[in-house]
Design a protein around this ligand. Structure first.
Ligand SMILES: [Zn+2]
Ligand SMILES: [Zn+2]
Length: 437
């Protein structure tokens, strides 16, 4: 772990309200105080014209190991994270078997340590086997390193179970992350229910299926005092419910995915399964509401819901194809396209939703450049022009709706624990050599 000097970049650290041009020094895996003189660095990085910020944190990814290693592994997903500028991810427990016990959570952490790429924090299941019947052993999961709980992939359908989960998780100050959707209302659904689904003759998933569960769970968080986190929020009404819940003092947070603030259900006219995700793409008024929620802080976090599926699964007919898209390696440019370029959010606001806020959600000591903090740093080239080419992804899967997009902005250098682990040339192996893929 050598001394690194990052020179002349725009340093943005929302945790300290810093946005200024300057040098950032890292030594022995830690951030050094700003504005002091240091000896010559062993590694110098010229960051003029670039953004230097705390390592980005993605609070919602699926890594598929154990059980579906042909789609993604902990190592390949953590590599995709680096290539996307992300130094820490929270991985969902819908693996096979599910991450519903201490050993399963410890396995994730061990595999991530072996991979030496991005940090990986396991999210434990709410219910045993994610069956929605019996509460998992939340205390043992916390002991194994779980930073939050969810049955994502499916909602916790039972209100009684959700209430107990919020109560128990509160004892450990952990959030329950909920995939909000009333299952009975979405049977056979492949896309948003509305004009487009009727026109295309595809099964619909009504906005109300999301809204109803968001309303229910905000009320349950209110009566328990527990911490509720709404995953991949997608409807205008849900955003309004969160806004109103926060106004009342309920401990509720929410996240939005880049696809939900850039794409609508009209895309399904192509019958391309890369537009099939759950929660589904909605209408323009929903997209505008999600952007409005990000603008006024109702939505705290930007997360990708990175959901890799091997081509032989995803390329089936739209009704049979699984839900979900990869997101890690397009996080930065699609966020720029959706939020920065139109002037909806400033860079410090975007960085806050990708660092400070997810760190708070996950209760992890990350997302800051305070002196002494872990030297996890993302350097972004906000102007780099490139074309999204799924064949070049570090992820094992290619299921993206953004392939071929001409975009702007990407990770330039990614530092984890004081080690340069990614540069534009590729992932930096431990030996110090650079591999293209
Ligand atoms: Zn989900
Ligand atoms: Zn998910």
């Amino acid at each position: 772990m050598r001394t690194i000097q990052i020179t002349g970049g725009r340093i943005i650290d929302p945790s300290q309200d810093i946005d200024r041009i300057g040098d950032l020094w890292l030594s022995r895996g830690r951030v050094l105080p700003f504005g002091e003189g240091y000896d010559e660095a062993e590694i110098g990085i010229d960051a003029r014209g670039l953004i230097v910020c705390p390592g980005l944190i993605d609070a919602h990814v699926h890594l598929r190991e154990p059980g579906n290693e042909e789609d993604e592994t902990i190592a390949s997903g953590a590599g995709a994270a680096l290539a996307g500028g992300v130094t820490a991810v929270a991985c969902m427990p819908n693996t096979v078997p599910a991450i519903d016990n201490q050993a399963a959570a410890e396995f994730v952490i061990l595999q991530a340590q072996r991979a030496k790429k991005a940090h990986v924090y396991p999210v434990g299941a709410v219910s045993k086997g994610r069956r929605g019947e019996e509460l998992a052993e939340l205390g043992a999961l916390v002991a194994g390193g779980a930073v939050a709980f969810t049955d994502d992939g499916a909602p916790v359908a039972s209100a009684a179970l959700m209430r107990r989960a919020l109560l128990y998780a509160k004892m450990f100050d952990r959030a329950i992350m909920q995939h909000c959707q009333v299952p009975e209302l979405t049977v056979g659904g492949v896309m948003n229910e509305g004009f487009e689904s009727m026109r295309l003759g595809l099964g619909g998933m009504p906005a109300a299926a999301e809204d109803i569960m968001v309303a229910r769970d905000i009320r349950l968080a209110e009566i328990t005092g527990g911490r509720l986190h709404i995953q991949h929020i997608s409807t205008a009404r849900s955003v309004e419910l969160v806004r109103e819940g926060k106004r009342r003092g309920v401990r509720v947070t929410a996240e939005a995915c880049p696809h939900h603030f850039t794409l609508t259900d009209e895309r399904l006219r192509t019958f391309d399964s890369n537009y099939k995700m759950n929660l589904p793409l909605r209408t323009w008024s929903d997209v505008e509401a999600v952007i409005g929620g990000l603008k006024d802080g109702t939505i705290d976090v930007i997360a990708t819901d990175h959901a890799p599926h091997a081509p032989e699964k995803k390329m089936r007919e739209i009704e049979q194809a699984p839900f979900g898209i990869v997101g890690l390696e397009t996080l930065i440019p699609i966020t720029i396209r959706g939020l920065i370029e139109p002037g909806h959010l400033t860079w410090p606001e975007v960085i806050r939703a990708l660092t400070t806020n997810p760190a708070q959600l996950l209760n992890i000591p990350k997302g800051t450049l305070r002196p002494g903090a872990d030297a996890d740093v993302t350097i972004i080239d906000p102007e780099a022009r490139w074309t999204v080419d799924p064949a070049r992804f570090h992820s094992k899967s290619r299921n993206t709706p953004f392939g071929g997009w001409e975009v702007r902005g990407r990770a330039h250098t990614v530092i984890v624990g004081g080690e340069v682990r990614y540069t534009l040339g590729g992932i930096v192996q431990q030996s110090g050599t650079t591999a293209a893929r």
